[in-house]
Design a protein around this ligand. Sequence first.
Ligand code: SAM
Length: 338
Amino acid sequence: MDIQSMTKKEIVGIIEDNKGNPSRELLEAAAKTRDKYYGKRIFVRGLIEFTNYCKNNCYYCGIRAGNTAARRYRLTKEQILECCDEGDRLGFNTYVLQGGEDGYFTDEILCDIIGDIKHKYPDCAVTLSIGEKSKESYKAYKDAGADRYLLRHETANDAHYNKLHPDSMSLENRKNCLYTLRELGYQVGAGFMVGSPYQTSETLAEDLLFIKELQPHMVGIGPFIPQKDSPFADKTGGTLELTLTMLSLVRIMLPKVLLPSTTALGTIDPMGREKGFSAGANVVMPNLSPADTRKDYALYDNKICSGDEAAQSIMSLKERIERAGYTMDMGRGDSLMN
Ligand code: SAM
């Protein structure tokens, strides 16, 4: 399947044909592509959700500023370092610091935290996922030691973007941030929710074409899941089938990309993670945040945060990965993309 050279119309056709149920041919092509470059290795990253304060008001998100029902928390530097210590004991070599856009964490504070993690664990990779910042800020984090940055573009279609976000946010800025991050030498992750309100096969095809243009090192794709206190509380969530179709198409489009089988996918289906692997995914991000804060990082309803989602259950996650026919790799797991 030569998706790289397909027109938007042809991509729409493939999405339409596979959205209700990804064909065996599609899933096998994706898994074979992943195997060619990464084999059966599944990389694990320790996720630290360090603040759920956010200045933004994305209509889909449970930690949006306007959600007065959210129980807010932020971790101290000491708590963040304790999460890394715990991760180190468990064998992790990548820490993903994710949070809302929280003004409390100034560049100075963030650089101090990044520097301390890199000082203590020089061989580990630090990934940031803290939203839209200026070039100067991104550069400062890079200089402090950050290696990777996850910033989902959410949708590559302007009109669709504006239906998911208030006027204060723009797709143009989001895309510019991604190009800036690339230019600064980060390993960059883009991505989108599958089944977000007002999404169509056309906007999904535009997501694939944007990803082809950006050539990110990672792509984060998970189903949209409604959150009860958000403006999209009554919208329909994304399906497992369409998520698997989009994972497969991204894997075939960018053979060397790192592709997580997300928590959201594990939330809508008990075997979602494994099904993601069969569609070409090769990363999981168990939760290293303190147990009592995990449920408050409630982007969507019913988020799984215990059992094999908890980094502490790493042995049980390993067994699950092996039962599905893969091996767990706790190395840094850098992307093979240039
Ligand atoms: N603030 C950072 C940012 O903007 O990239 C990182 C945190 S943000 C909450 C992380 C991701 O969660 C978003 O990029 C979005 O795709 C996803 N997300 C938010 N609400 C969601 C929902 N209701 N269902 C599924 N994913 C959701």
